[in-house]
Design a protein around this ligand. Structure first.
Ligand code: MF3
Ligand code: CO
Ligand code: CO
Length: 274
């Protein structure tokens, strides 16, 4: 995703162009993140065989409105939906529509809302019906990879440390990390510096500072890492048609570590809750 123009003058910019927000700004990010996370909690009962991704997106559109929030994706670079829904070998940016979910499908739902001008961006995996064993492993590894990355977030570490933590974990499980898409700074804009790579070398990249807000959103494939974008200009799929999974949190760097803005209010982030 290309970066957006940041016309705000809050806080300051580092030499890498990364905005440093004020302590008071964490509350705005928390509120926006919680609205997005609550929507992902509330949509869960709807995920079942026979549902279309379009029906799910329609419900999300209504939930965004009911929360008094604004969708960050409707109208974004021509995108027309309140969510991206990426099923099976779709890596990200799946467009909701007539596709009918079937038993054993795994899907990522990605929702970004704007609340009081702050962006809350989060995604997680769901399963329609019964979760096949190899999909279960993919989903678990992808979930754990996100948290390996989050554990590396503290002042003084680098963005390369985050990417390295994710990459070594995923590749140790004999799966691959997608290179073609990355996390991003966010705050008063949707996509800002830096690009948050989900691979890398320790000690490389910009140094993390208190007040940085960004997403970590690793995409993991069971097969090879290469992707391609379909003719609709949005849908990214694995080139080898292997299954892909993704989890995303919006986080802020605190004085001694990290605040996760998009934690699930109902503890439903992982799809194998009952
Ligand atoms: N929410 C996605 C992200 O994590 C971006 C979706 S942009 C859209 O950055 F236009 F495809 F919705
Ligand atoms: Co994002
Ligand atoms: Co997202």
């Amino acid at each position: 995703m290309e970066q957006d123009v940041d016309e705000t003058s809050r806080g300051r910019l580092t030499k890498d162009g990364i905005r440093i927000y004020e302590p008071a700004d964490f509350a705005g990010m928390h509120n926006a993140g919680q609205v997005a996370a609550q929507i992902l909690d509330d949509i869960a009962p709807m995920i079942a065989p026979g549902r279309t991704t379009g029906e799910i997106d329609d419900a999300i559109t209504r939930m965004v409105e009911a929360a008094g929030a604004e969708s960050a994706t409707i109208g974004y670079k021509g995108y027309q939906h309140a969510s991206c829904i990426s099923v099976n070998h779709v890596v990200c940016h799946g467009i909701p529509g007539p596709k009918v979910l079937k038993d054993g499908d795994i899907l990522n739902i990605d929702v970004t809302v704007i609340v009081d001008g702050w962006y809350g961006d989060t995604s997680r995996m769901y399963v329609a019906g019964r979760l096949p064993r190899k999909s279960e492993r993919l989903v678990q590894v992808t979930h754990d990879a996100l948290f390996k990355g989050i554990e590396a977030v503290k002042p003084g570490n680098t963005f390369g440390d985050i990417g390295h933590a994710i990459q070594t974990f995923v590749e140790g499980e004999r799966m691959s990390v997608v290179r073609d898409f990355c996390g991003h700074g966010l705050g008063r804009v949707f996509h800002a510096p830096p690009n948050v790579l989900h691979y890398g070398r320790p000690g490389t990249g910009p140094i993390l500072e208190e007040g940085m807000f960004f997403t970590i959103e690793p995409m993991v494939n069971l097969g090879r890492p290469e992707t391609k974008v379909l003719a609709d200009d949005w849908t990214a799929v694995t080139r080898d048609k292997s299954l892909s999974a993704q989890f995303e949190h919006s986080v802020g760097v605190t004085a001694d570590g990290v605040e996760i803005f998009t934690l699930s209010p109902g503890n439903k982030f992982h799809p194998t809750y009952d």
